[in-house]
Design a protein around this ligand. Structure first.
Ligand code: CTP
Length: 392
C-alpha cells in the first residue's frame, strides 16, 4: 500500500482510528484522513494530522484550490479507501449513494478497493436497515469487516465493537492481495519431525514451523486450496486450511503422498529428520551404562520421492546450510528434481530456525539466483509466491 485514504466517521471507536493511521504510516504508506464533521466531536483532526504528516480533510470546500477538485484529487493513485469506524449513518448514506459531505462524495468517486469497518451499538448493528445497507455495500464491491463481540462503549455486551487496529490492518492487507492462486490445489509441509527413542525422548530439530505456516497462510490469502502437513508446533493453523498433524518422518511421508496426488504446487518447508533410531524402546531407557550408542537408519527422502514422479507439478524445497550454501542448494535442486529451492545460511543473524525473520536466496532450475534481503517470514512467503506465479 502506497497511498491510503482513511475515512473516520462519528463514533466512539474513532479514537482507535488514530492507531490504525499510525500502522499504515509505519508500513510506509502515505495516509490521507477524511473526517465527517461528526467524527471531529470524538477526536481532534490535529491527532491525525500529526500522525500522518498530512492535512486532514473535513469540509468539501475548505482546502479547495482553483485547479483541483478535492475528492477526485485525494483519490488519485490511492490503493485503498478504508472507512473505520463506519457509523450507521455513513453506511446508510453510502448505500443510497448520497453525497452530502466530503467522505460520502469521495466514496462515490472511488475506483480502488473500499474497506468498511462498521462500529456501533449491538442493537443498531443488528437492525434490519443497517444489515440491508451493509449487504448493499458488499454488492457495490466494498469489503465489509465484521465488528467484534465484546463490551461496548454504551455498557452492553454484544457485536458492534470495532476490531483492534492490528486486525483491521491484517484484514486490509489480505483484502488487497492479488487472488492469483485461486482454485489451485496446493500442499505445504511445515515444522519439525520427531523420531522417538523411547516413550519420553526423541530426535528432532529447532524448527517452529513459522515459515511453512506463513506460506500456507499466504497461499490461502491468494485464493489457493491448501493442505498443511504439519509436524509438532505451537502454531495455530490459518482458518480455511486443511491441516494434517504428523509426528515422524514416516508419518509425514505417508500424509504427503496421500494428499499431494492432485496438487499442482507442493512446498516442502518442513525440517525433516534424515535418520531415525533403529530401535524404539518400549520403556524409558535407564542410565545404566557410562556410554550409550544409538543406531540410526535413514528415513526416506519425501521430496526426492515426489521428484521421481513430478509430472506437471511444481516442486519447491528448502535448504538450510552452513557452508557452500549455493552449491549445496543447487545440488539438492538437481538431485530432487525441484523447480525452485529456497536456501538460507544458518550462520547469518536473523536467518533460519525459530526467528520471525529470514534471509534467503531463491535458485531455480536455470540456475538463476535471487538474493532477498532480511525480512519477516510472512512477507517472505509472498515474495516466494510471487516467484512461483511466474512458473505457473
Ligand atoms: N526433505 C524431505 N525428506 C527428507 C529430508 C528432507 O522431503 N527425508 C526436504 C526438506 O523438507 C527440504 C529439502 O528436502 O525441503 C532439503 O532438506 P535438507 O534437510 O536441507 O536436505 P537433505 O536432503 O536432508 O540433505 P542434508 O541434510 O544432507 O543437507
Amino acid at each position: 500500500m502506497k497511498k491510503v485514504v482513511l475515512g473516520v466517521t462519528g463514533g466512539i471507536a474513532a479514537y482507535k482510528a488514530a492507531e490504525l493511521a499510525r500502522l499504515f504510516v509505519r508500513s510506509g504508506a502515505g495516509v490521507h484522513v477524511v473526517m465527517t464533521p461528526a467524527a471531529t466531536e470524538f477526536i481532534a483532526p490535529l491527532t491525525f494530522q500529526t500522525l500522518t504528516g498530512n492535512p486532514v480533510y473535513i469540509n468539501m470546500y475548505a482546502h479547495r484550490r482553483e485547479e483541483k477538485i478535492q475528492h477526485i484529487d485525494l483519490l488519485k493513485d490511492t490503493d485503498v479507501v478504508v472507512i473505520a469506524p463506519a457509523s450507521a449513518n455513513t453506511i446508510a448514506k453510502m448505500a443510497q449513494g448520497l453525497a452530502d459531505n466530503l467522505l460520502t462524495t469521495l466514496y462515490l468517486a472511488a475506483c480502488c478497493p473500499v474497506v468498511v469497518v462498521p462500529s456501533m451499538n449491538v442493537d443498531m448493528y443488528k437492525h434490519r436497515a443497517v444489515q440491508d445497507n451493509l449487504q448493499k455495500l458488499s454488492e457495490h464491491g466494498c469489503q465489509v469487516m465484521d465488528p467484534e463481540a465484546g463490551e461496548l462503549a454504551c455498557g452492553v455486551y454484544g457485536r458492534g465493537r470495532m476490531p483492534e487496529p492490528a486486525d483491521i490492518f491484517a484484514f486490509i492487507s489480505e483484502a488487497l492481495r492479488p487472488k492469483d492462486f485461486t482454485g489451485l490445489k496446493t500442499l505445504v509441509s511445515a515444522g519439525p519431525t520427531r523420531e522417538p527413542l523411547d516413550p519420553v525422548r526423541f530426535l528432532s530439530n529447532p524448527s517452529t514451523g513459522l515459515m511453512g505456516y506463513a506460506l500456507a497462510r499466504a497461499l490461502k490469502e491468494r485464493g489457493a486450496e491448501v493442505v498443511l502437513i504439519s509436524g509438532r508446533t505451537h502454531l495455530q493453523a490459518p482458518s480455511g486450511i486443511k491441516k494434517i498433524d504428523v509426528t515422524t518422518t514416516e508419518e509425514m511421508f505417508d500424509a504427503v503422498m496421500d494428499y499431494s496426488r492432485d496438487c499442482r504446487l507442493i512446498i516442502k518447508a518442513a525440517a525433516v529428520s534424515d535418520y531415525r533410531p533403529l530401535n524404539v524402546s518400549e520403556h524409558k531407557i535407564k542410565k545404566n551404562s557410562a556410554m550409550a550408542t544409538i543406531e540410526l537408519v535413514k528415513n526416506r527422502d519425501i521430496l526426492f520421492e515426489l521428484g521421481k514422479n513430478k509430472g506437471d507439478r511444481i516442486l519447491v524445497g528448502f535448504a538450510a546450510e552452513t557452508e557452500d550454501v549455493y552449491d549445496n542448494a543447487q545440488q539438492k535442486l538437481t538431485r530432487k528434481n525441484l523447480d525452485l529451492i529456497i536456501v538460507n545460511n544458518l550462520k547469518e543473524p536473523g536467518a533460519g530456525f525459530a526467528v520471525p525473520t529470514n534471509r534467503v536466496s531463491l535458485i531455480d532450475r536455470s540456475g538463476e539466483v535471487e538474493d532477498l534481503p532480511l525480512m519477516e517470514k510472512a512477507e517472505l512467503a509472498h515474495h516466494i509466491l510471487d516467484r512461483i506465479t511466474r512458473m505457473l
